[in-house]
Design a binder for this molecule. Structure first.
Ligand code: HEM
Length: 146
């Protein structure tokens, strides 16, 4: 798999299964959003998981489609923030992306993966989004790639 594909797969994974499901912010001034007044000092939750499933921003939101992360896009830049945005953005985001790509390239060069039939991948939000159950997989060695 080409490195750019890893990048898109990773971004799509972070869209459908954002490790940080939501972030919270307090507004310092009164806000009016879509005609709704939000008084200063409110606790506002910005939910990544819900936004990723919003058809206003994503075509077939529940479908895993890494190709949606092509370079040129006119998507709203605030529709995707697995590492948050603004002054308190994750300081480790570039490190995390590089680390994940290195790990993916190592394991995907060595193995093919498939879910054991009948196994459903279910998640729970426990500070971070995590697998709810054990997720048994079949691993087969990729021949001739190592
Ligand atoms: C896939 C991996 C990661 C994800 C999805 C992630 C996501 C986030 C998010 C959403 C925030 C904002 C939290 C908030 O404001 O409530 C955050 C903050 C932060 N992250 Fe990450 N992070 C990841 C990896 C890392 C790594 C590897 C490091 C350090 C090497 C790191 C260090 C930090 C720090 C220090 C903050 C606080 C920044 C601040 O408040 O000024 N993160 N991260």
């Amino acid at each position: 798999m080409h490195a750019f594909i890893y990048f898109k797969v990773l971004k799509e994974s972070l869209r459908l299964a954002p490790p940080v499901v939501a972030i919270q912010r307090n507004n310092t001034e009164d806000l009016i959003v879509n005609g709704v007044k939000i008084p200063a000092g409110s606790n506002i939750e910005l939910n990544n998981y819900a936004l990723s499933r919003d058809q206003r921003f994503w075509d077939e939101p529940e479908t895993f489609k890494p190709e949606r992360f092509k370079a040129e896009t006119n998507r709203n830049p605030y529709a995707y923030f697995p590492f948050a945005l603004g002054p308190r953005v994750c300081i480790g985001q570039h490190f995390a992306m590089i680390e994940a790509k290195v790990i993916m390239s190592k394991i995907f060069q060595a193995f093919n993966f498939s879910l054991v039939p009948g196994v459903e991948l279910r998640c729970i939000n426990d500070m971070t989004l995590q697998p709810l159950d054990k997720t048994p997989l079949y691993l087969t060695l990729r021949k001739g790639d190592n």
